[in-house]
Design a protein around this ligand. Structure first.
Ligand SMILES: [Zn+2]
Length: 125
């Protein structure tokens, strides 16, 4: 079994594939109900489902890809179909929020380094 803590408590791992260069984990959301944000109606009627490939942080120095089952629920109150939401992945994103945050921080770190190098080259204290 996968022994590294993933810290994605909203998901359940249903399948895992370990390759030489990367890991693939297949996730479903634990909650089987979803609330339509507009009318607040709670439904468990899955209208359709797709799989979204989502890039996550590296685990054991290898890239981790999540194959997340995304359910489309039907609200019987307004007869609308809506997409399931996740705490750790923003709507329509193909990266986890923590991966995006990490990328942002790396970019920020790089920018600071560049500024520092520029100052050194210019001979200013
Ligand atoms: Zn509704």
């Amino acid at each position: 079994m996968f022994s590294v803590s993933l810290e994605l408590p909203e998901f359940k791992v249903v399948k895992q594939v370990f390759h030489e260069e990367f890991f693939h984990l297949y996730f479903v959301k634990k909650s089987r109900e979803e609330r339509y944000p507009y009318c607040r109606y709670l439904t468990d009627h899955v209208h359709d489902r797709r799989t979204r490939k989502v890039r996550d942080l590296k685990v054991l120095e290898k890239p981790l890809y999540l194959f997340v089952q995304v359910n489309y629920y039907r609200c019987f109150n307004c007869d609308e179909v809506f997409t399931q939401t996740f705490d750790s992945i923003q709507p329509n994103n193909h990266q986890t929020t923590r991966y995006r945050d990490c990328l942002y921080e790396q970019c920020l770190g790089l920018a600071i380094q560049t500024v520092s190098d520029t100052l050194k080259k210019s001979g200013l204290p």
